[in-house]
Design a binder for this molecule. Structure first.
Ligand code: ARG
Length: 479
């Protein structure tokens, strides 16, 4: 299902064409112009036009099934709805004064096309309350399928780049202090595993929410014996909701989408932060490609990692949208309240933001260059202090004791103003009899990294396993 671009112009006709509102029977005066504008959601919910038409055609079928529409009426209605969809797609749909949302606009147009009598039957037993929840669920489900594709592409690119830089050494950090050497590929793959969890959460949120609210009416259900299981099946839902009051007020699926987006963008923001630091002259580990950087209007030498800064920055608005929906939902009385109209702009905004952020992240990773030498230059033998402790463990010393002894070694090197690998062997031997000449074999970062062979470690063999695992998983997800 395609969705209309937000750029479609609102094509209001003149005030003289003002329509009688679909709910207008009991009202004597029209809306205050300010209220008219305040109430209008068409300028943003027109993005739901295709989902609204799909939902209406399914509802018309269900009406036909229980004989509330004659065959000729149904055919007319279906053709009318399809031609309205075409009008939205080719930009010829004319919005008229009084069209307050996508649902009223489509119904008004349907009546123009097939007559008020027949067109007026579409809403039999239906309310905009069950209609809007259905439309949003359809729209979100289809949009999330697209997001999942982008996520899989991102993971695929990470796997590719990790393979290219499989054995590039670099310092691994905790507390942003040099900790132990790792492979760059191991660091990069840590994000592939975060994004894999994000994909799993995405799939489960779609499955959990694929329940059809249509046929719940305004709040109390449907009195016309509408076949709700049929409706659910027609609209590709797994089942239909079992309590109409819950169904019309349910926006958990929107909140879950916002939480999913927030957590995913937090992962992307972390990734961006590492890369921003490493692209600075102080680190110099990586270079962001020109295609994902910008310059300064004042300082000619500057190349800024704007792509990554924007990813980091956009996490603010995505988390803001999560907060906004939770605050809207908090304290609402049961079922539908107009506050719920505030669910849409944030959902659209977060969806648009996430689509861009995932793709820009993919592009920035796909095109960055690793400066292997700079990474190696940043390694120092103090990062092998743990290895010295493991050396003693292998000679039978308990780890706690080893840790303490190596602490003395580090302190001695600091006192002498030398690095660990330059510390005379005699000093080692003074600290413990277990130190031997073979200690010099430890001064090798490659060997250090490759001792972490247990599943999930940074050794080459483990990284190769991680890559194979992810490749297989992507293949399964693509099927
Ligand atoms: N435009 C409304 C929304 O977006 C549609 C539902 C209106 N329902 C109502 N009872 N006023 O939520």
């Amino acid at each position: 299902m395609s969705e209309i671009e937000t750029s479609i112009d609102l094509r209001y006709e003149t005030k003289e064409d003002k329509q009688i509102k679909l709910w207008g029977g009991r009202f004597e005066s029209g809306l205050d112009p300010l209220m008219e504008e305040f109430n209008d959601s068409l300028r943003f919910d027109k993005r739901l036009f295709a989902a609204d038409i799909t939902g209406s055609i399914a509802y018309a079928k269900a009406l036909r099934k229980c004989d509330l529409l004659k065959e000729t009426e149904f055919n007319l209605m279906k053709e009318g709805l399809e031609s309205i969809e075409r009008e939205w797609k080719n930009g010829s749909f004319t919005i008229k004064a009084g069209d307050e949302d996508i649902h009223t606009a489509n119904e008004r147009r349907l009546k123009e096309l097939i007559g008020t009598e027949t067109g007026g039957k579409l809403h039999t037993g239906r309310s905009r309350n069950d209609q809007v929840a259905t439309d949003m669920k359809i729209w979100l489900r289809e949009s999330l399928k697209e997001l999942l594709k982008y996520m899989l592409k991102l993971i695929d690119v990470i796997v590719k780049r990790s393979t290219q830089y499989l054995d590039a050494l670099m310092p691994g950090y905790t507390h942003l202090q040099r900790a132990q050497p790792v492979y760059f590929s191991h660091w990069l793959l840590s994000f592939a595993f975060m994004f894999r969890q994000d994909c799993q959460r995405l799939v489960s949120l779609v499955d959990r929410n694929n329940v059809c609210p249509l046929g719940s009416g305004a709040l109390s259900g449907n009195p016309f014996n509408i076949d709700r299981d049929f409706l659910a099946k027609e609209l590709d839902f797994d089942s239909c909701s079992l309590n109409s009051m819950q169904a019309v007020g349910d926006r958990d699926f929107v909140a879950e989408f916002h939480f999913w987006s927030s957590l995913t963008i937090v992962h992307m923001s972390k990734l961006a932060e590492d890369l921003i630091l490493w692209s600075s002259k102080e680190f110099g580990f990586i270079e962001i490609s020109d295609s994902f950087s910008t310059g300064s209007s004042l300082m000619p030498q500057k190349k800024n990692a704007d792509s990554l800064e924007l990813i980091r920055g956009k996490s603010g608005r995505v988390i803001g949208n999560l907060t906004a929906i939770l605050v809207v939902l908090k304290g609402l009385p049961s079922t539908f309240n107009k506050d719920l109209q505030e669910d849409k702009e944030g959902m659209f905004d977060t969806m648009d933001t996430m689509k861009n952020v995932i793709q820009v992240t993919t592009g920035a990773i796909d095109t960055l260059t690793l400066n292997r030498n700079k990474c190696i230059e940043a390694l120092s033998s103090d990062m092998l202090a743990t290895d010295i402790a493991y050396y003693l463990v292998r000679k039978g010393v308990s780890f706690r004791k080893s840790h303490e002894l190596v602490g003395s070694v580090v302190a001695a090197a600091e006192r002498m103003g030398t690095e660990l690998h330059n510390l005379p062997i005699a000093v080692f031997k003074e600290i413990s009899d277990n130190f031997d000449d073979d200690i010099r074999l430890l001064w090798n970062f490659e060997n250090s990294v490759n001792q972490y062979v247990a599943k999930g470690g940074t050794s080459r063999s483990s990284v190769v396993q991680q890559i194979a695992f992810l490749k297989e998983w992507i293949k399964q997800m693509d099927e």
